[in-house]
Design a protein around this ligand. Structure first.
Ligand code: C5P
Length: 243
C-alpha cells in the first residue's frame, strides 16, 4: 500500500424483508406497496447499492413471499436472496450466513437496513460510512429525541415526564463488522432474549456502537399514513434535483 492510501473494506448490504407488517392492514406486505412506480423495497435496496463502497447485498424474504421480483441491481452488483426467520434478528442472521457462504469474510462490513425505509439519503449513508468504518464496534444512524417524553399509565393518562437528555431514536442502516455481528446475534439468540435492532445485540455482547446523526425524513413505513409521507419526501427531493 502506498503511503497516504488506505484500503476500503468491502461493505455488504443486508436487507431484512421477511416481516408481515400487520399494522399496515394491507393485503400486500408493506415492503411491496407501490411507491412512485417501484415497490418500497426497491427504493431501500437501491439506496444502499448506489454507494460505491457497497459491493453487493442480500435480501431476507418470508418463506411464503409471492411478491418478490428481482431486478438487475446497478453497476453489476450481486444481490442474493435468502429465506428469513421468525423474528427480525433471525432474518438478519440468515442473511449474514448467506454472505459467509458466498465469499464475504468476517472482516467485511455489513450495512443492515430495513426494507421499509425507502427515503435514506446519500448524505446520511455517506456520513454513516465515513464515521462508522473507523469505529471498531460499528455505528448506526439515529436522531436525538427533540420532543418531551411522557410515560403513560394503563388508562392512557400521563404517569410521568421522562428526561430526553442523551436519548436517541435508532434508525437504520446500522453498520458492523460481519463477524462481530454474526457472533453477537447468535449469542443473543442463545441467551433467549429478543433484540429489536442489531445495535442491541452488539451492546449485549459488550460493544458500544457509535451514534451518527441521521435525518427525520428516513421514515419507516409502519402505518397507513407513512406511505403518502414517503411519497411526498421522495417527490420533494426529486423536484429539488430538477431545479
Ligand atoms: O416489523 P418491523 O417494522 O420492525 O420490521 C423491520 C424490518 O424487519 C422490515 O423490513 C421487516 O420486513 C423485517 N423483518 C424480517 N423478519 C421478520 C420480521 C421483520 O426480515 N421476522
Amino acid at each position: 500500500m502506498t503511503p497516504g492510501t488506505h484500503r476500503v473494506p468491502p461493505v455488504w448490504a443486508v436487507v431484512p424483508a421477511a416481516g408481515v407488517g400487520r399494522r399496515m392492514a394491507t393485503r400486500i406486505p408493506k415492503q411491496y406497496l407501490p411507491l412512485l412506480g417501484h415497490p418500497v423495497i426497491r427504493w431501500s435496496v437501491e439506496s444502499l447499492l448506489a454507494e460505491s463502497r457497497v459491493v453487493g447485498g442480500v435480501v431476507a424474504l418470508g418463506a411464503d413471499d409471492h411478491w418478490w421480483h428481482s431486478w438487475t441491481p446497478p453497476h453489476g452488483k450481486t444481490l442474493y436472496c435468502v429465506i428469513g426467520g421468525a423474528a427480525r434478528a433471525d432474518s438478519v442472521l440468515e442473511a449474514l450466513r448467506c454472505l459467509r457462504r458466498n465469499m464475504a469474510r468476517p472482516g467485511d462490513w455489513v450495512l443492515v437496513h430495513d426494507a421499509v425505509r425507502p427515503c435514506l439519503t446519500t448524505a446520511a449513508l455517506t456520513r454513516l460510512l465515513d464515521q462508522g468504518l473507523s469505529h471498531a464496534h460499528g455505528a448506526l444512524l439515529a436522531i436525538p429525541v427533540r420532543d418531551t417524553l411522557k410515560r403513560s399509565a394503563a388508562d392512557a393518562t400521563v404517569a410521568e415526564t421522562t428526561s430526553r437528555d442523551s436519548l436517541w431514536q435508532a434508525q437504520t442502516p446500522q453498520l458492523f463488522p460481519l463477524g462481530l455481528l454474526l457472533d453477537a446475534l447468535e449469542a443473543a439468540r442463545d441467551a433467549g432474549g429478543q433484540v429489536t435492532d442489531e445495535a442491541q445485540a452488539m451492546e449485549l455482547a459488550g460493544y458500544a456502537p457509535l451514534l451518527v446523526e441521521g435525518e427525520s425524513t428516513n421514515v419507516k413505513i409502519t402505518r397507513p399514513g407513512d406511505l403518502p409521507l414517503a411519497e411526498s419526501i421522495l417527490r420533494a427531493r426529486h423536484h429539488r434535483q430538477e431545479d
